[in-house]
Design a protein around this ligand. Structure first.
Ligand SMILES: *Cc1c(COP(=O)(O)O)cnc(C)c1O
Length: 369
């Protein structure tokens, strides 16, 4: 059952698979030398617009930068509130606080770990300026219901934190194109990653798209004309070039992830291991494949002894983090608090072959407590 340590994610196999295409794309950038806003930047944006069906894609320096620029374009600042989930990576709330606004944390569903839509309306106040659901582990939240709530409350903008869900679908629509704004990350370990930092913002709104483009380059409308406050938030030409061949292979990778996810689901259900649930009307890209265990420390030690790495996303809800606890009640999201103690992610990537999948399942089976 044991053997060499299984990679939690496997960027080397992916590179080996695409080496000639990636190497020649990199060489082309070195030859033309336009390292900032070279032709590959717009080429990638056009390919991402086609993939998502979104009218506008604006590449940016990271997923965090995408969220920050989205909030800046909406004019969010001191005194404003943004509704989001505490069960996410810190960047989701960080950008809200950076702008002087307040994150209002709404609890999550116990089975999907995504924001609990039935609790959103009670959190809306006259200061609410946006709703920011997170498509956690690669699965989009109940977006139709969220969009309907937003519309009922003065057309609040809805920002999907799609950092983990690029490639996922919701009722036939692609993640990043299911709300006012979609923000994703191309951090190497995300479902679609580059070889450094990168991200993108998506919208069908022309005015917002223009604002994103300006804010990305220091609020510049034309050279040395700064019409608004901005940031240095561009994505490197080299990273865009690297992503072009990766995007061509991505549909195959998503298919692999779906098959592995379905296989894991069947195995966990047979073993009676609790797991994150996927809704029937959407497909997760399984940015993480996550199970719920009561004695996580013992489970992780057991898995590690069998050469199967595990990870925790995330051990502490953001409203219990030292930097955020004062902003809200740290114990008003009991579901998130309980999930944080139990969630454990298993190895998941497109290059995880059947033999490795078997080893993961057998290790979980042997470690059933
Ligand atoms: C990764 C991640 C981010 C941040 O993306 P970076 O590219 O690392 O800045 C934001 N939100 C969520 C939910 C993430 O998983």
């Amino acid at each position: 059952m044991s053997g060499p340590v299984i990679p939690f994610i496997d960027l080397k196999s992916q590179y080996a698979d695409l080496k000639p295409e990636i190497d020649s794309r990199i060489q082309r950038v070195l030859d033309h030398g336009q390292y900032i806003m070279g032709p590959e930047v717009r080429e990638l944006e056009i390919a991402l617009e086609a993939f998502t069906g979104s009218k506008h894609c604006i590449t940016v320096a990271s997923g965090t930068e995408a969220l920050l620029i989205a909030l800046m374009a909406l004019g969010i600042g001191p005194g404003d509130e943004v509704i989001t989930t505490p069960f996410t990576f810190v960047a989701t709330a960080e950008v809200i606080v950076l702008l002087g606004a307040k994150p209002v944390f709404v609890d999550v569903e116990p089975d999907t770990c995504n924001i609990d839509v039935s609790k959103i309306e009670a959190a809306i106040t006259p200061r609410t300026k946006a709703i920011m659901p997170v498509s956690l582990y690669g699965q989009v939240s109940d977006m139709d219901e969220i969009n309907a709530i937003a519309e009922r409350h003065g057309n609040l903008p809805v920002i999907e934190d799609a950092a983990q869900s690029f490639g996922a679908e919701y009722k036939g629509r692609k993640s990043c194109n299911v709300s006012t704004i979609g923000c994703t990350s191309f951090f190497p370990s995300k479902p679609l990653g580059c070889y450094g930092d990168g991200g993108a913002i998506f919208t069908n709104d022309d005015k917002l798209a223009e604002a994103f483009r300006e804010i990305r380059v220091h609020g510049q409308a034309e050279r040395y004309v700064h019409t608004r406050l901005g940031v240095g938030g561009r994505m490197d030409t080299l990273q865009c070039a690297i992503m072009l061949p990766k995007l061509e292979k991505f549909a195959w990778e998503v298919q692999q992830r779906l098959e592995i996810g379905a296989r894991y689901n069947r195995a966990m259900d047979e073993l009676g291991i609790q797991r994150v649930v996927q809704r029937a009307d959407r497909t997760s890209v399984y940015a993480q494949y996550t199970v719920l265990v009561d004695d996580r420390a013992a489970f992780q030690t057991h898995m590690q002894q069998l050469g199967v790495p595990t990870a925790v996303h995330y051990p502490v809800p953001l409203n219990q983090q030292p930097a955020y606890a004062h902003l809200c009640c740290p114990d008003c999201t009991p579901v998130a608090a309980s999930l944080a103690k139990r969630v454990t992610s298993l190895p998941m990537h497109a290059y995880l072959d059947t033999a490795l999948q078997n080893r993961v399942v057998e290790a979980v089976s042997a470690g059933k407590i």
